[in-house]
Design a protein around this ligand. Structure first.
Ligand SMILES: Nc1nc2c(c(=O)[nH]1)N[C@H]1C(S)=C(S)[C@@H](COP(=O)(O)OP(=O)(O)OC[C@H]3O[C@@H](n4cnc5c(N)ncnc54)[C@H](O)[C@@H]3O)O[C@H]1N2
Ligand code: MOO
Length: 411
């Protein structure tokens, strides 16, 4: 019996914890990283009490009975602009004209928006509505207080978090250092994207796809020159990478062919603790340690390599970063079309999310071959079809693991 996906994930993550290594980044480089330590506010935010509206800063008691029927006339002392505090106090029946974000003078306790006022001759303003104490005033420190922890270690840095970091003056951002992930492509047939092809050769697409997937997962990819199907060459490559990386990810050579040497090399340099998972594509996944470093042997078929990356390598990278929430959301959705019987392995099916008749539905690509790269087009989700089930009719529901949903098409 093949090992279930969840059991394989558990086994792989068992021996791995957060690396707890820190690094600093500039604000422009921090997006998508995880915060490496708690961040405290270096000052109150807002740093001073200020107006949330363009209007008039008043003493609330002066305008408490103001209405269109009983307007209150105030004398305007000056105009306060953002960035230009005014120190003179407000006396009874006076006001400052004030702009949004400008400091509210200490003796004023409310702002009347411009729409509720009318300019009056001389230096006057007529107030047409009351404004209770605190109205349209943003108090110093009401958002964040000096010294308080405002961002927690491990938090995912999104654009708003970059804004908070900038607000609290954190121009150098402590982040969880990305694990160094070595990419080890194997196969006599592999040529680089820039190289010409000869009969029997193909481009090394896995190396680059895995590199991009590592970057997307928050890891630091180290792309090694690919190794031929030769045990000694693979051994040298794995040995070198194990001294330079935190995790190794190989592709190819894990099946049962005469030239599949990845498993014996892992065994000769450490141990192989897992081989073959109940999944399609990606059954021959191998996992073990070489010279003390975890290694995932992904199958060579390009789709199998990326599906096993998603299910096993991404969780490992996120765990090493200290992200406990690596699970992708799984939602149950109806099929927009029929889907055939699935045989003895659980299948992960490249699918789109589409809107049909106001309902979100799954649209699986037709050709699910594990070497068919073109079926990655606009994939939002991997539909999960249990083994020995189906055929399914349109409208029946299945679980889908959401990847990144960019846009949902309508049909
Ligand atoms: N008799 C059996 N044959 C196979 C079985 C099986 O159970 N019994 N399993 C099949 C499955 S499932 C898979 S998946 C593949 C995995 O094979 P390997 O991991 O040993 O990979 P290779 O044989 O080296 O290559 C498979 C395929 O992928 C191409 N490839 C390899 N590396 C790259 C790369 N870097 N970039 C692009 N393409 C790559 C390679 O040329 C092959 O076409 O085994 C089945 N066989
Ligand atoms: O598992 Mo293989 O990935 O079916 O082609």
């Amino acid at each position: 019996m093949l090992m279930p996906v969840e059991e394989a994930q558990k086994h792989i993550l068992e021996g791995v914890g957060p690396l707890d290594r820190k690094e600093t980044r500039t604000l422009s480089e921090a997006l998508g990283c995880l915060l490496g330590e708690d961040v405290r506010a270096d000052h109150d935010i807002p740093p001073f009490t200020n107006s949330s509206m363009d209007g008039y800063a008043v003493r609330s008691q002066d305008v408490q009975d103001a209405s269109p029927e009983h307007p209150v006339r105030l004398r305007v002392l000056d105009v306060i602009r953002a960035g230009h505090p005014v120190n003179a106090p407000l006396e009874p029946l006076t006001a400052y004209k004030i702009m949004t974000g400008a400091p509210v003078p200490t003796t004023a306790d409310a702002v009347v928006p411009i729409e509720w006022t009318r300019e009056d001759r001389g230096n006057g303003v007529v107030i047409l509505r009351d404004a209770p104490s605190g109205a349209h005033v943003r108090r110093q420190g009401e958002d964040m207080q000096a010294g308080a922890v405002v961002l927690k270690k491990g938090m995912f840095i999104t654009p708003p978090i970059v804004g908070i970091l900038a607000s609290v003056g954190q121009s150098r951002v402590p982040i969880a250092a990305p694990p160094k992930v070595g990419i080890l492509s194997t196969g006599d047939e592999l040529r680089e994207p820039s190289e010409p092809l000869f009969p029997g050769t193909i481009r090394n697409s896995n190396g680059y796809a895995i590199m991009a997937a590592i970057q997307e997962a928050g890891g630091h990819p180290l792309l090694y020159p690919s190794a031929p199907d030769d045990p000694q060459a693979i051994k040298e490559l794995f040995t070198r990478a194990s001294t330079e990386c935190d995790v190794l990810v190989s592709s190819g050579g894990v099946s049962v062919g005469d030239f599949d040497f990845v498993k014996p090399v892992i065994e000769s340099l450490g141990q192989l603790s897992l081989w073959r998972v109940n999944l399609k594509p990606g059954k021959p996944l191998a996992y073990g340690q070489v010279l003390g470093k975890p290694i995932l042997g992904l199958p060579g078929n390009p789709v199998s390599a990326l599906v096993t990356f998603e299910l096993f390598v991404r969780p490992l990278i996120r765990t090493m970063l200290g992200d406990a929430h690596w699970q992708r959301p799984v939602v149950r959705l109806p099929l927009s079309t029929d889907f055939p019987h699935v045989e003895d392995r659980r299948q992960y099916v490249r699918s789109r999310l589409i809107m049909q008749g106001g309902h979100l539905m799954l649209w699986p690509h037709t050709n699910q071959g594990s070497a068919v790269q073109s079926s990655w087009e606009d994939v939002d989700a991997l539909m999960i079809v249990p083994e020995n089930t189906g055929p399914y009719r349109a409208g029946e529901t299945l679980d889908a693991m959401l990847l990144s949903v960019s846009h949902i098409r309508s049909r």
